[in-house]
Write a protein of this length. Structure first.
Length: 111
């Protein structure tokens, strides 16, 4: 079996909607991410800027790999020299640890 396509359920964070205080505390740990929307449409998002389309697409592919491994898929808005990454947990109607964990993993791609 190709392990690149196998999800590790042991690593999957518990998904429950965070309370406002948990959202604020976790958002403070992430650089450049902002809160957007409200209610069930609340999300965290960040814009990543690149030198050209090749770098942008490479980044998008890396984000897709993270999303697949974590079984948590962001909304991506892909442009020539930038990409907006937006996380929310639709099945809990808000934000969960999965959103903040994946955001930190995405940030680590460029660290």
């Amino acid at each position: 079996m190709n392990t690149i396509h196998k999800t590790n359920e042991a690593l999957a964070p518990v998904r429950r909607a965070f309370k406002a205080t948990e959202i604020v505390a976790n958002l403070a740990k992430l650089e450049g991410w902002r809160l957007t929307g409200d209610g069930a449409a609340v999300a965290i998002e960040k814009t990543f800027t690149f030198a050209n389309d090749h770098e942008t697409i490479s980044f998008v592919n890396a984000v897709a790999f993270i999303a697949h491994r974590q079984d948590h898929h962001p909304e991506l808005s892909v442009h020539f020299k930038h990409c907006v990454v937006r996380f929310s947990t639709h099945d809990v109607g808000g934000l969960s640890m999965a959103d903040f964990d994946c955001a930190a993993r995405v940030d680590a791609l460029l660290a």
